[in-house]
Design a protein around this ligand. Structure first.
Ligand SMILES: [Ca+2]
Ligand SMILES: [Ca+2]
Length: 484
């Protein structure tokens, strides 16, 4: 959320002629002044935390009179918003990030534009957008897209009605609209050399166009990554947005991965509900076992929270042990882990409303009372959380078994979920105790993955377990053990 991370250039806070001039940090939905320079200035901070890629919410122009700070109502596809910097500044960000081994992910929004976009003020053709006699909102019901029993009415309202007021819905079936969008995405890769796209509201544009876009991106830039935001409910419908899954006859999305909301729901449940047959910790198991639906589930982006969700620390009741458990799971299960800014210092709040989970990162503004970019500005607990994230992230970076290694999971018992990540070099055993009391875990049933190992080193605390036959795990705690 670049407007809320760090204000590296106060001279761009007010740009003459834009709908919103100036900043007001007292107002949740006004602009606060964060910018690309603020990200550039803190690349070393992010690198020290163990970050290897940065996903920025949209930074192209969003010259809307209300709530323009989040960037999702684009008004110019080819121009970086001047409150964030310039096209040249974006290029500089990509280059400086690359020098530090960090990738940049651009957020794109093929479904809609802001109503202040030039094309809306002077439509080339009435059919460039979906128009209704009065404002009509999408139902957000993505199952209608693949439901064999869906009505045409439900399907068309889901796809063609507007995501929100001030966000006209683009008609990607129109060849010139499709061409315009595709060219803008190709142009940015060519211009800046960034590494990946995150595709916003993926279920809402015409799905034939999304498939054509995916195919085109892969043809033009085989090394470009991209993943779809799929805020949906159900593994099967989430999986059908990914490529080569053979779930829908005659349809291939050419989309390598998705944001794994299903695993997010499962983890939340594991840490907030007692295990049942398929509930609590078992829900993680039942979610991951459905990975057979994907061509490659390792391309899914996993997360604890994001800019649209209540912050994880609040969701699990500000329980530090559970918070660490969630982080340990995120950094060791399959997929590409995404950490929302501020998680590393335990920022909290619920989405009531969503502006509350988009607060300024303390220290990003000159004169801030506290500077949490520096250890001296953090409370002891914030420092503890920062170091916990850092240890896991840096360990993951140097441990291929956690990146592309295989996963073996065991059916949870008594709230204890055990899995292994392993390759020919290393085996990492993760023991997650979701129960509030200490567990003494008999490891006999995990032998098939523990043969030849006698000791385990917990990678965060550094503690060594000398005898692996049983493992003692405190309540709500997850041990990440490298086996030796
Ligand atoms: Ca600024
Ligand atoms: Ca649409």
């Amino acid at each position: 959320m670049p407007d809320r991370f760090a204000n590296g250039d106060p001279t761009n806070d007010s740009v003459e002629g834009m709908s919103i001039e100036g900043v007001n940090r007292e107002k949740m939905y006004f602009r606060h002044g964060g910018d690309l320079q603020g990200v550039i200035d803190n690349l070393d901070y992010l690198k020290s935390l163990g970050i290897t890629a940065i996903w920025l919410n949209p930074v192209v122009e969003c010259d809307q009179p209300y709530e323009s700070y989040h960037g999702y109502a684009i008004t110019n596809h080819f121009l970086i918003d001047r409150r964030f910097g310039s096209n040249e500044k974006y290029l500089e960000l990509v280059q400086k990030a690359h020098e530090k081994g960090i990738k940049i992910i651009m957020d794109i929004v093929p479904n809609h534009v802001g109503d202040q976009h030039w094309m809306i003020g002077d439509l080339p053709d009435e059919t460039w957008i979906h128009q209704f006699p009065e404002f009509t909102r999408t139902t957000y019901r993505d199952p209608t897209l693949m439901d064999p029993y869906a009505s045409e009415k439900d399907r068309s309202i889901m796809s063609d009605a507007w995501f929100d007021h001030h966000m006209p819905d683009l008609n990607q079936k129109h060849p010139q609209v499709a061409n315009y969008l595709t060219q803008s995405y190709l142009w940015w890769v060519e211009y800046s050399g960034h590494d990946a796209y995150r595709i916003d509201t993926y279920a809402y544009p015409d799905q034939s166009y999304m498939a054509a876009l995916g195919k085109r991106l892969q043809e033009e830039y085989p090394r470009l990554s991209f993943f779809a935001e799929t805020w949906v409910h159900g593994v099967a419908n989430q999986a059908q947005y990914t490529q080569n899954n053979n779930l829908r006859e005659g349809y291939n999305s050419y989309c390598p991965g998705v944001t794994d909301f299903q695993l997010h729901y499962a983890l939340n449940e594991a840490l907030t509900r007692t295990q049942g047959w398929s509930e609590g910790a078992a829900r993680i198991y039942y979610t991951l076992m459905q990975d057979f639906l994907y061509e490659d589930p390792y391309r899914n982006v996993t997360f604890l929270d994001n800019h649209d969700l209540s912050r994880f620390y609040s969701v699990i009741g500000e329980n530090l042990a559970k918070f660490k458990s969630g982080l340990a799971f995120l950094m060791t299960t399959r997929g590409i882990p995404m950490i929302y800014y501020g998680t590393e210092i335990g920022m909290k709040n619920f989405t009531d409303p969503d502006g509350k989970v988009r607060e300024d990162f303390p220290g990003g503004w000159q004169g801030d009372a506290q500077n949490k970019f520096l250890p001296s500005g953090r409370s002891p607990q914030e420092q503890e959380i920062f170091e916990y994230v850092q240890k896991l992230a840096l360990y993951r970076q140097k441990t291929p078994a956690l990146q592309g290694g295989r996963l073996t999971q065991f059916v949870p018992e008594n709230g204890v979920y055990v899995y292994f990540r392993f390759d020919s070099q290393k085996t990492v055993m993760v023991v997650m105790n979701t129960h509030e009391t200490e567990a003494l875990v008999d490891t006999a049933r995990f032998r098939e993955r523990m043969d030849g190992f006698t000791k385990g080193r917990e990678i965060v605390t550094g503690g060594v377990i000398e005898n692996l036959s049983s493992i003692r795990v405190p309540g709500f705690t997850t041990w990440v053990l490298e086996l030796n």
